[in-house]
Design a protein around this ligand. Structure first.
Ligand code: AMP
Length: 186
């Protein structure tokens, strides 16, 4: 199964992505974490990404798409994968489809964890990290909607968008996702 997970800051994306990968036995490809590790190890990818990641800017598309191409061709990804952090823009969503076309593969679903905006705000603030001040959280939420709505529209148009009510207990959210992805196995 080939999946993308989308959701705002505080939507519970990390938790759901990990559970889903364990259940489906597919690797979780989290671009933010992979880039941070690559920078720490000063690999070729890390050196290319570093000036962008340290400013919170998007790493240029050619670097990202080349990385995704190599990653999905690794042996552990043969049976599928879940991407978290990619695509970040509708352009990247389109690039992913081009790449998969090239490989004779297809994305199964883009899972959208839908949570009301005021809940995203209160969950993020309750984490009480230094960058979780209300105005900073609001900025992250605004940016998220700005970039993510075009991605949702991209997938909705192609009948690949799976909207999940994520304002529920985590176990229920997981059940709802699996009901659609894997109805015979739950
Ligand atoms: P994150 O942990 O998902 O917030 O990602 C950390 C940083 O990695 C971002 O601020 C970007 O610099 C970079 N990054 C992660 N995913 C992407 C992507 N799909 N496209 C471009 N840059 C990315």
């Amino acid at each position: 199964m080939r999946l993308v997970i989308l959701g705002g800051p505080g939507a519970g994306k990390g938790t759901q992505a990990q559970k889903l990968c364990a259940h489906l036995n597919i690797p979780l490809i989290g671009t933010g974490d992979i880039l941070r590790q690559a920078i720490a190890a000063q690999t070729e990818l890390g050196r290319q990404a570093e000036p962008y990641v340290e400013k919170g800017e998007l790493v240029p598309d050619p670097t990202m798409i080349e990385f995704i191409r190599k990653r999905v061709l690794e042996s552990d990804a043969a049976g599928g994968w879940l991407l978290d952090g990619y695509p970040r823009t509708a352009f990247q969503a389109e690039e992913l489809d081009f790449l998969l076309d090239d490989l004779g593969q297809q994305l199964d679903w883009a899972i959208w964890l839908e949570v009301p905006e005021n809940v995203l705000m209160s969950r993020s603030i309750s984490r009480a990290r230094p960058d979780d001040l209300p105005e900073i959280v609001q900025r992250r939420i605004d940016l998220f909607y700005e970039c993510t709505i075009p991605i949702m529209e991209y997938y909705e148009h192609r009948h690949r968008l799976l909207k999940i009510d994520a304002y529920q207990p985590p176990a229920q959210i997981q059940q709802d996702i699996l009901k659609v992805l894997n109805p015979s196995k739950i």
